[in-house]
Design a binder for this molecule. Structure first.
Ligand code: G3I
Length: 339
């Protein structure tokens, strides 16, 4: 990783460097962020997304009932700071609404999509300024095309296509995203995922499903480093299908890195730089979003995320100072081609 050439421009926020390249910078944010975290997001980013507030299980405890308050707070915060709002997520096998299995199980395709479509429409229509939606999150399988979980296992790609259609009709101007994990690494499970995602995208195209973007989460991992050649080849194929790409949940799991904080920060910065420098060669990449831009509020460093009290996955430390990762990201952005 080269030394930062941003020494003279240390305080240009990331969003400015991103804008000069046609790349929007964003972060996930909690419903009640610390004041310093909120200030960093407002200063460095053009876009935010609620980390958890829009997850169906959090949002809808019973069919037709909603707890809007957390997502409303974030939506208002985005407006007050002039930030764009991205919705994460309308469908996630890991956090389905508690009513879903009982209500959708045993139903015909038409009934099930009607029920889930009502939920999707209610959520999307409440946040009309959202510029984009993760319509479906982490649906692709490693062994099979889709994850072997209900209702994907029952209704397959037709369900995916139908939810995209319903999202388009509720939010005609928003970019529609399928957001996927484990696409970056060199291990066989990531390779299988990349193949399956491409097959899924082709099948959706055959069905004329309205999809604009593939979200590539980018939870980078010290034990499963990114395969930059594979990522570049994969991005080329996604672009050839006419889709944009968002790097949608960037951070670094630093569990296996050795040494003191500075030594580990150096390795974390290296992973950000290596991945971003390769990924941003693709002009299809229009967005770089951090899954918590500070160690103070990043799932890997707080709560049950990684069970790792020393974790330093983000761009700012717990005292809100910039780390090497921040400069590595800036450097990668500044050397990216314009789009
Ligand atoms: O809000 C409760 C709190 O009241 C309680 O005291 C605490 C006890 O553990 O739990 C809190 O809820 C936690 C929530 O985060 C808010 O901090 C949940 O237990 C915890 O499971 C939840 O984890 C989130 C996880 O998704 C599951 O929803 C992480 O914050 C969030 O960063 C993570 O984000 C996902 C993306 O949505 C999809 N891609 C992967 C990414 C990382 O796993």
């Amino acid at each position: 990783m080269p030394k930062s050439s941003f020494a003279n421009d240390e305080h240009a926020p990331l969003k400015e460097v991103g804008r000069s390249k046609g790349i929007r910078i964003g972060s996930a944010i909690r419903a009640r962020p610390a004041r310093d975290v909120a200030a960093i997001v407002a200063r460095e980013c053009d876009l935010l997304t609620p980390e958890n507030a829009l997850k169906p299980a959090h949002l809808s405890p019973a069919r037709g009932k909603y707890r809007w308050s957390d997502a409303d707070r974030t939506y208002k915060f985005a407006k007050s700071k002039g930030l764009a709002f991205h919705g994460h997520t309308l469908f996630w096998y890991k956090r389905p609404p508690p009513w879903a299995e009982e209500t959708l199980g045993g139903r015909s395709f038409a009934d099930a999509t009607e029920v889930y479509g009502d939920f999707l429409r209610d959520v999307v229509e409440r946040y009309p300024r959202a510029v984009s939606w993760d319509v479906l999150n982490e649906i692709t399988g490693t062994n099979g095309l889709l994850r072997d979980v209900f209702p994907l296992s029952t209704f397959g790609v037709d369900l995916v296509a139908e939810l995209l259609r319903r999202a388009r009709s509720a939010a005609p101007d928003a970019a529609l995203v399928i957001n996927e994990n484990d696409l970056e690494c060199g291990a066989s499970d990531c390779a299988a995922k990349r193949r399956n995602v491409l097959t899924l995208l082709r099948q959706l195209k055959e069905r004329d499903a309205p999809l604009d973007v593939l979200g590539v989460q980018g939870h980078l991992n010290s034990s499963k480093p990114p395969d930059t050649d594979a990522v570049q080849a994969f991005f080329g194929e996604v672009e050839a299908l006419g889709l944009d790409i968002y790097l949608s949940e960037l951070d670094v799991r630093d569990r296996e890195f050795d040494g003191d904080d500075l030594a580990r920060d150096d390795q974390v910065a290296g992973l950000y730089w290596t991945f971003l420098t390769a990924a941003l060669q693709s002009r299809a990449v229009k967005r770089v979003v951090f899954w918590g831009i500070t160690d103070a509020e990043n799932w890997l460093a707080t709560g049950k995320g990684d069970g790792h009290t020393r974790a330093r996955p983000a761009l700012f430390d717990r005292s809100f100072d910039r780390k090497q990762a921040y400069y590595a990201v800036k450097e990668a952005l500044s050397s990216a081609p314009e789009r």
